[in-house]
Design a protein around this ligand. Structure first.
Ligand code: ARG
Length: 584
C-alpha cells in the first residue's frame, strides 16, 4: 500500500508551492499550517516571510492566494486579518482521503524511510524486591514506545536490565544456606507466594545481618564466593532470580504486557565483560585511578564545594557496580546487537548516572555519530493528594495491590453500566478497563512530568480516561452490529455537515500524529489525539443520525465514518498497550 498523504500535507504542499512562486528567493518557506476553528486550516507563515522580504503581509498574502491551485483539494482560500490564510478543503477530498486510509491496514500511518535498530531498556525491576510504582511507569511507557516504534517500521529489541547482582545477595544466599527450605522451588509457587517468600527471606536475613557480626562476616565471604563463580553459591543465586521471575511474570501478565524471557538480561549478564570494559577505559585514558578506584571525571559535573563528581567504574576493592554494568551493556548493545539507538526508560532521578555513562561511552568511542543514546527520564508517581505515593502507614505501595484495586474499581463501573453481562464477562472486561485505566493515566501525561495516581479519576466515565475511549469504541461496535445489512461505504459525492468534517479531518491526522509521536517518544500525543477523536465522535453522534440518516448513501457514509473511527481508536489504543473490548 502506498502511504496515504494527509490533507494537511497536501494543503501544505499547495501553499508552499504558491509561496515559492510568489517569493522565488524564499525556498523552503513554511506556511505554518494548522487546524483552525475559523476555516479548516489557517496558515500564519506569511507574516514572518513578509517581514523578511520587507513586503506588506496582506499584499503578499493576496498574491499567494492568486497562485494557489484550487478546485480539487482546496475548495476555498481567503486572506484574513493582517495576512493569514484561511483554507477550506473540499468535502470530496476529505471523504476520498479517508477512504484511502480505510483501505490500508495501517490506516495510512507512514513507515520510516531508514528504520534502525532501537534497543529499549525498560521494565527493569530488582530481584528479591517488590515492584513499585516507578517500575510500573517504566514498563507502561516502555511498552507503549515499543509498540509505536515497531509500528513505524523501526526494529526494537527489549532489554530488561533487572537488578540481579550486588552485595545484598551475599546476605540472602548465606541465610538460605543456614536456613534451607525457606524458598520453595519456583515451579511450586505462584507470583504472590513467590514474592511473599522472598519478602520473608529478605526481612529475616536482614535482621540476622544487622544483629549478628559473625553472620555479617559469613555474608561478606559469600559475596566473594558469588563473584568468583562458586557453583553452589551461583545455584542459590539462580534460585532467587528464578523465584523473582515468577513474581515479575505474574505482574506483567496482570499488566497485560508481553515480556520475553530472552530479553530479560539483567546486570549480572554483563559480569564477564566488566573487567574488559575497565581495562579498555583505563588504556584509552578515559578512566583514571583515583585513591585506588577507577573513575571518570567530567568538567561540568560537580557536587558540593565544587568538587568534581566522578563516575566509578571500579571500586578500590576491585568490585564493579551499576556504572560498569551499564557501560558493558552499551558495548554489547552497539557491538553485538547493532543498535542505532539506545533508549532507556528510567526514572529521571537516574539522569545524572546516564549523563555520565553516555559521556564516558562517547569518549571511548562506543557511542559515536552512528548511535544515539537517550534517557526518557520519567517523573514521579504521586498519590491523589499530590504527595509521594505511600500507604497510610507510610510504606511504599505494592504494585500488585494497586492493580488489583484498579480492576476492582473498574468492575464496579462495568457492572453498573452493563446489566446483561455474566459475572465472568464483567471480570474479563473489568481487567481490560482497570488495567487500561492505569496505563492511560500514566501515558496521557508527558513522561517527564509527575502524575497523580488517582483511581477515582482514572476509572471515571467522563473526561480524559481510557474508559471514555473504550466506551466510544464499544458504542460504535454496537451501532455497526445494529446496522445489519447496511455496510460502511464511503460516498465522496456527498456533502458533509460540520460535525462530519471535524471528525473526518481529525481522522485524517492519525498517520502524522502517530509517526511524529513515535519519533519524539511521546505516547501522550497519541493519547491526546485519541481523546480528541472520541470527543469529536461524540459530537458527531449527537448531531448526525447514523441508522436513521436521510438517505441510504448518507447512512453508509456515516457508518463508514463510524467504522474508521473505531478502527483508529482500536489501533491507537493498541499502540498504548490498551484493549478495546467489543462490548461494554
Ligand atoms: N533496576 C533499576 C532500578 O530499579 C533500573 C535499571 C535501569 N536500567 C539500566 N540500564 N540501568 O532502579
Amino acid at each position: 500500500m502506498a502511504p496515504v498523504t494527509s490533507l494537511t500535507d497536501l494543503v501544505n504542499q499547495r501553499l508552499t508551492d504558491a509561496l515559492v512562486s510568489a517569493l522565488p528567493e524564499t525556498d523552503g518557506a513554511d506556511p505554518l499550517l494548522r487546524r483552525s476553528d475559523r476555516a479548516d486550516f489557517q496558515a500564519n507563515g506569511i507574516l514572518a516571510l513578509a517581514k523578511k522580504a520587507k513586503a506588506n503581509p496582506r499584499e503578499l498574502a493576496t498574491k499567494v492566494v492568486g497562485d494557489i491551485v484550487t478546485g480539487d483539494v482546496i475548495k476555498d482560500v481567503e486572506v484574513s486579518g493582517p495576512g493569514f490564510l484561511n483554507v477550506t478543503v473540499a468535502d470530496r477530498a476529505i471523504t476520498e482521503t479517508l477512504a484511502a486510509r480505510a483501505a490500508d491496514d495501517r490506516l495510512g500511518v507512514p513507515l520510516k524511510e531508514n528504520p534502525g535498530v532501537t534497543v529499549i531498556d525498560y521494565a527493569q525491576p530488582n530481584v528479591a524486591k517488590e515492584m513499585h510504582v516507578g517500575h510500573l511507569r517504566s514498563a507502561v511507557i516502555g511498552d507503549a514506545l515499543r509498540h509505536m516504534l515497531d509500528f513505524t517500521g523501526e526494529r526494537t529489541i527489549g532489554r530488561h536490565h533487572i537488578g540481579d547482582w550486588g552485595t545484598q545477595f551475599g546476605m540472602l544466599i548465606q541465610y538460605l544456606i543456614e536456613n534451607p527450605g525457606e524458598l520453595a522451588p519456583p515451579s511450586q509457587v505462584d507470583g504472590t507466594e513467590a514474592m511473599s517468600n522472598l519478602n520473608r527471606v529478605y526481612k529475616a536475613s536482614r535482621a540476622v545481618f544487622d544483629a549478628d557480626d559473625d553472620f555479617k562476616e559469613r555474608a561478606r565471604k559469600r559475596v566473594v564466593a558469588l563473584q568468583s563463580g562458586d557453583e553452589e553459591t551461583l545455584k542459590l543465586w539462580q534460585q532467587f532470580v528464578d523465584e523473582s521471575k515468577v513474581y515479575f511474570y505474574s505482574v506483567f501478565e496482570k499488566l497485560d504486557m508481553e515480556i520475553r524471557d530472552e530479553e530479560i538480561v539483567g546486570e549480572s549478564a554483563y559480569n564477564d565483560g566488566m573487567p574488559e570494559t575497565a581495562r579498555l577505559l583505563e588504556e584509552m585514558g578515559v578512566a583514571v585511578r583515583s585513591e585506588g578506584a577507577l573513575v571518570v571525571f567530567f568538567d561540568d559535573i560537580r557536587g558540593k564545594d565544587d568538587q568534581p563528581v566522578p563516575l566509578i567504574v571500579q571500586k578500590a576493592d576491585g568490585g564493579f557496580g551499576y556504572a560498569a554494568s551499564d557501560l558493558t551493556a552499551i558495548r554489547n548493545r552497539v557491538g553485538e546487537l547493532d543498535a542505532t539507538t539506545l533508549l532507556y526508560v528510567v526514572d529521571v532521578r537516574q539522569s545524572l548516572h546516564f549523563k555520565m555513562v553516555f559521556e564516558t561511552a562517547r569518549r571511548a568511542g562506543w557511542l559515536n555519530e552512528n548511535v544515539t543514546a537517550h534517557n526518557m527520564g520519567y517523573g514521579t508517581v504521586l498519590g491523589a493528594d499530590g504527595k509521594p505515593f505511600k500507604t497510610r502507614e507510610g510504606e511504599t505501595v505494592k504494585l500488585e495491590d494497586l492493580l488489583d484495586e484498579a480492576v476492582q474499581r473498574a468492575a464496579e463501573v462495568v457492572r453498573e453500566k452493563a446489566q446483561d453481562l455474566t459475572e465472568e464477562e464483567i471480570q474479563e472486561r473489568a481487567a481490560q478497563v482497570g488495567i487500561g485505566a492505569v496505563k492511560y493515566a500514566d501515558l496521557s501525561t508527558s513522561p517527564s512530568r509527575d502524575y497523580k495516581f488517582d483511581l477515582d479519576q482514572m476509572v471515571s466515565l467522563n473526561g480524559d480516561t481510557s474508559v471514555y475511549l473504550q466506551y466510544a469504541y464499544a458504542r460504535i461496535q454496537s451501532i455497526l452490529r445494529k446496522a445489519g445489512e447496511a455496510k460502511p461505504v464511503a460516498h465522496p459525492e456527498l456533502e458533509l455537515v460540520a460535525a462530519e468534517r471535524a471528525l473526518g479531518l481529525h481522522l485524517d491526522a492519525f498517520g502524522t500524529t502517530v509517526f511524529e509521536a513515535a519519533a519524539e517518544y511521546a505516547p501522550h500525543k497519541v493519547a491526546a489525539y485519541l481523546y480528541q477523536l472520541a470527543s469529536l465522535y461524540t459530537a458527531f453522534y449527537d448531531k448526525c443520525p447514523v441508522l436513521k440518516a436521510d438517505t441510504e448513501e448518507q447512512k453508509e457514509n456515516r457508518l463508514f465514518l463510524c467504522d474508521l473511527t473505531a478502527r483508529t481508536l482500536h489501533q491507537g489504543m493498541a499502540l498504548l498497550g490498551i484493549r478495546t473490548p467489543e462490548r461494554l
